[in-house]
Design a binder for this molecule. Structure first.
Ligand SMILES: Nc1ncnc2c1ncn2[C@@H]1O[C@H](COP(=O)(O)OP(=O)(O)OP(=O)(O)O)[C@@H](O)[C@H]1O
Length: 306
């Protein structure tokens, strides 16, 4: 099956500055793709090119089988800059924007009301956007981008500006979109959302792709670690088999210390633990941990992004 989105060797230059360099990746239909990268990595510049809002300097983009800009009625897009017509009511904004995508007003009104209801905003349908909170108007914007039932949904930093409860609500909306067969690409610099939602992640840093693959593959880029708590010295920890480096995570309540021990590739936490016990080291608590996407991100981008 052809992919929903494909970029091949895409670059974007602004004068002397190359914001996106030789970017290639594909998003399969019906999947959720996290488009990740620190601030300024080139995510928004890439999204704008996918939508035909800006021309690539080089390379080729195919979106729903066509060139960018040619299937906009099948795409839902929420830009990073939020903003709706402040004097229009929530439902009128939704109906108006759906109309631009070819949805009849009566259909859009019915769907819009149901979607507002589902988001807990039923009572606000007739209220002007300017009277809504930031989070509420962001939900209206999301509904506006989904009301024409797009096959592909592109959300630029959709979680920013939302409180934790609304972030969770948005995660549910994204899951539901994928469940009914839509493809979703969302950009973010907060790894936890991607970790919970995505099959595939594409990681950008300084305009270039530094990783594309599954979450599992991304996590494999960071060393696994073994957390050890006790009265332990750095030297004795570094002497354990398979330990590449250690980080002092601070004092614990009972006066001992917590150490994060990073494992060398191909080594297991078990062999280090076994050696620690055999050597009679004062290990009071231990936990073998898989690296998080956040840790992988730092390794892959070579920076702490937050
Ligand atoms: N129109 C423009 N003219 C000049 N430089 C630009 C323009 N648009 C973006 N840039 C630069 O390109 C780089 C990438 O910006 P972009 O907005 O694509 O990053 P981003 O990954 O979306 O970051 P953020 O998460 O901060 O929005 C930045 O250094 C930005 O200053």
């Amino acid at each position: 099956m052809e992919s929903a989105l494909s970029l091949a060797g895409v670059s974007k230059r602004f004068g002397d500055f190359e914001a996106v360099r030789d970017l290639s990746f594909e998003v399969k239909r019906g999947t959720i793709c996290g488009f990740l990268g620190p601030n300024g990595a080139g995510k928004t510049s890439s999204v704008r090119m996918m939508l035909g809002l800006s021309e690539p300097t080089a390379g080729r983009i195919t979106i729903l089988g066509k060139a960018p800009g040619q299937s906009l009625e099948r795409i839902g897009f929420m830009p990073e800059e939020r903003g709706l017509y402040r004097k229009m009511t929530a439902i009128d904004v939704i109906v108006f924007l759906a109309g631009l995508k070819g949805v009849k007003a009566s259909v859009a009104r019915q769907r819009g009301k149901a979607m507002l209801e589902a988001q807990g905003l039923g009572a606000f349908a007739g209220k002007q956007i300017r009277s809504l909170s930031k989070g509420m108007s962001q939900k209206v914007q999301l509904i506006s981008c989904l009301v024409h039932e797009p096959e592909l949904v592109i959300l630029d930093e959709p979680f920013s500006g939302l409180d934790p409860v609304n972030q969770q609500g948005l995660e549910q909306v994204i899951r539901e979109l994928a469940r009914r067969g839509a493809t979703v690409l969302f950009s973010t610099h907060v790894m936890q959302h991607a970790e919970r939602l995505c099959e595939q992640v594409v990681l950008l840093a300084k305009g270039q792709k530094v990783f594309e693959g599954t979450l599992k593959e991304a996590r494999a880029a960071a060393p696994r670690h073994l957390d050890l708590e006790g009265n332990l010295s750095e030297a004795e920890l570094l002497g354990l088999p398979g330990i590449a480096s250690v980080a002092d995570m601070g004092a614990t309540e009972d006066g001992a210390r917590l150490w994060q021990c990073h494992l060398q590739a191909g080594h297991t936490a078990n062999e280090a633990l076994k050696a620690a016990f055999l050597r009679g080291m004062d290990v009071r608590r231990f936990e073998a941990k898989e690296p998080s996407l956040h840790e992988a991100f730092i390794v892959l981008t070579g920076s702490n992004h937050e």
